[in-house]
Design a protein around this ligand. Sequence first.
Ligand SMILES: *Cc1c(COP(=O)(O)O)cnc(C)c1O
Length: 412
Amino acid sequence: MQISNIKKVDSQIAEQIELEFQRQQNTIELIASENITSLAVMEASGSVLTNKYAEGKPYKRFYNGCEHVDVIEELAQERAKKLFNVEHANVQPHSGAQANMAVFLYALKTGDKVLGMDLSNGGHLTHGSPVNFSGLYFDAAGYGVNEYGEIDYNEVRRKALEHKPKLIVCGASNYSKIIDFKKFRDIADETGAYLMADIAHIAGLVAAGAHPSPSPYADFVTTTTHKSLRGPRGGITMCKAEHAAGIDKAVFPGIQGGPLEHIIAAKAIALHEAAQPEFKTYAVQIIKNAQALAQGLMDEGMDIVGGMTENHLMTLDLRKHGKTGKDMANVLEKVGITANKNTVPDDPQSPFVTSGIRLGTPAVTTRGFKEDDMAEVAKIIASAIFASDDETGLQNLRERSLKLCQKHPLYE
Ligand SMILES: *Cc1c(COP(=O)(O)O)cnc(C)c1O
């Protein structure tokens, strides 16, 4: 890690970056939305491109001196189009939330109706939550999951017929089953709605063909670039050609100013990496690792919402052990495992306490963890939860997790 200049200029920040590197190196990252970028992606993120203003689109800028960032941004667009098989890609959204906001701004007027997955059932804030722009400025209704942790497509259809949304949003932040994008398309067609597929979490799996693609069905496909896609922190809004000009206008000048060309270069690199055969192997391994983790936890007598996962994540249901997500996420931190508390369907606890923990495998798979490592991770998690008050026991588990981290260093 090269931070020699930061050390010279600002020792306080340098120290925290070094400590953060140690934290990442020595803990098992199971936060399902996190990953570890390549050094190439990181170099681009810290490059001279951060100095450049480039409001507008490639070759149609409001600033001079854009000849190199034009080429970079065009490469990023072309790579996104090819990788996700879409007609248009805007690579400027600063984050996943902005990628979604651009679609809302283009496709809807204030007060229009939207149907998305409830936050408490695995949806994202930007899919109509009352505390987010998507629920504050639009009339949002929500659908959930059934007791098997699956989307009930009949319920989605019923709600769509009843609510008559102009936009239906599919895609989730916590959903462990394959999403049937064709069924969503059929519902959107029947009810006269646009369909937006937000693949923020599963983008890497979709890119590698390890999860079906929404591209043939959705009017808009949005994503983050920093989750399973393993790029820099950012977003992309994709769409059919007929919406291209409108989406571009919605991103800029609609919701953003100057694009982050250093991040766009890093996105281009990540998209190039994701098009390689090794990335396919990586994506397949993410799912194998998630399934090995789920199996290991079930073998230890733990419940997983919906049983076996079909993608990169799962939610551990702690209700029968009488433990909360909040407490157990803290216990896992003590044994060197980072994960976040999460609600389970019909959770008796509040969203700040919860009865579940979400676990995902994109980051550990990047480090080289394989199925046998995940079996050991499952044992550490179960032992920590069963013996959460035994400090010596937790100390031993911490040493076991550290061994796994040392076996698979972050950057070799
Ligand atoms: C993470 C996520 C987002 C938002 O991404 P940010 O970059 O945090 O704004 C949007 N949609 C879904 C489904 C997500 O999981």
